[in-house]
Write a protein that binds this ligand. Structure first.
Ligand SMILES: Nc1ncnc2c1ncn2[C@@H]1O[C@H](COP(=O)(O)OP(=O)(O)OP(=O)(O)O)[C@@H](O)[C@H]1O
Ligand SMILES: [Mg+2]
Length: 226
C-alpha cells in the first residue's frame, strides 16, 4: 500500500481479508475512507463507494463519481472497498478510473461466481494481488491457546485439525472442549450465503462435525442454504 499501487487482498471466506485490510490501513497512516459491498445490496449503484464517502446515495456517470471520490479523499487519503465480489458494475467502473491515480485497497472473496473474472480485471488495472493462505498449524494453535488457555491439549489439537487454518473457524470453534458455538453457526450461515457449492464444500469438515454433535442435521444443512 505504501508504494501507492492499488492492492487487493484475496482469499476464502473467513480467512482474514477484512482484518488484514483494517490492520494495513491503521499502519498506513493516511486517512482512510472505508466502504464495501454487501451481498443483499449488490444491485444498488455505487453503494460500496457511498459507504466509503459517508454519502447516502451516489449518482451520475462513473467519471463524475470518480472525480467526487478524488476530491473527497484529497491528496492524503486512501479509499478502501471490502468485498468487491458483491460490487455493482458502476462501482467497478469507478475503480477502473481510480486505479492508476488514486490510492485504493480492496478485498475480494475467492469462490464467489465472479471472483476469478474480477481478479483478472483488477490485475489488468495494475492491482497487486495478495493471496491470503490458511494459518499454519503452529500459528493456528497459538491463536486457539491465546483465546482459550483452559482448553486441554487434545481439544486444541481437535480445533486446529477441524479448522484448516481459517481464522473465522479458529476464533469461533473454541467453545467448551472445542465444539461449535451458536455464534459460529450464525456467522457461517451469513458468510456462506451466495457462494457456489464448491466453496461451501470448503466448510464440509465443520458441518459434518456439527451434524455429529448436535443431532440436528437440518440445522447444519441450513448454514449453506441460508
Ligand atoms: N491473523 C488472525 N489472527 C486472529 N484472528 C484473525 C486473524 N485473521 C482474522 N481473524 C479473525 O477471524 C475472523 C474472520 O476474519 P475476517 O472477517 O477478516 O475474514 P474475511 O476473509 O474478511 O471473511 P469474509 O470473506 O467472510 O469477509 C474475524 O473474527 C477476525 O477477527
Ligand atoms: Mg471480510
Amino acid at each position: 500500500m505504501r508504494e501507492d499501487r492499488p492492492v487487493v487482498v484475496m482469499g476464502e471466506p473467513g480467512i482474514g481479508k477484512t482484518k488484514l485490510l483494517g490492520s494495513a490501513l491503521a499502519a498506513d497512516g493516511r486517512r482512510s475512507f472505508v466502504g464495501g459491498a454487501l451481498a443483499m445490496l449488490s444491485w444498488m449503484e455505487y453503494m460500496p463507494l457511498a459507504r466509503a464517502l459517508g454519502a447516502r446515495r451516489l449518482s451520475g456517470d462513473p467519471a463524475a463519481v470518480a472525480q467526487l471520490v478524488r476530491t473527497t479523499i484529497g491528496d492524503t487519503g486512501i479509499i478502501a472497498l471490502d468485498d468487491l465480489q458483491w460490487a455493482d458494475e458502476a462501482t467497478l467502473e469507478v475503480v477502473a478510473l481510480l486505479a492508476d491515480s488514486t490510492p485504493i485497497a480492496a478485498t475480494l472473496r475467492s469462490g464467489a461466481p465472479v471472483s476469478e473474472e474480477l481478479r483478472a480485471r483488477l490485475v489488468v488495472l495494475g492491482f497487486a494481488v495478495i493471496e491470503l493462505a490458511p494459518l499454519p498449524d503452529e500459528e493456528a494453535t497459538a491463536l486457539v491457546v491465546g483465546m482459550r488457555a483452559d482448553l486441554s491439549e487434545v481439544a486444541v489439537r481437535r480445533v486446529v485439525r477441524r479448522c484448516g487454518g481459517v481464522p473465522l473457524l479458529l476464533t469461533q470453534l473454541a467453545g467448551p472442549e472445542g465444539e461449535a458455538s451458536e455464534s459460529l453457526r450464525i456467522a457461517l450461515a451469513s458468510r456462506l450465503r451466495g457462494l457456489d457449492p464448491e466453496s461451501v464444500a470448503l466448510f464440509h469438515p465443520a458441518r459434518a462435525h456439527w451434524k455429529a454433535d448436535s443431532g440436528h442435521p437440518e440445522r447444519a444443512g441450513g448454514a449453506h442454504a441460508a
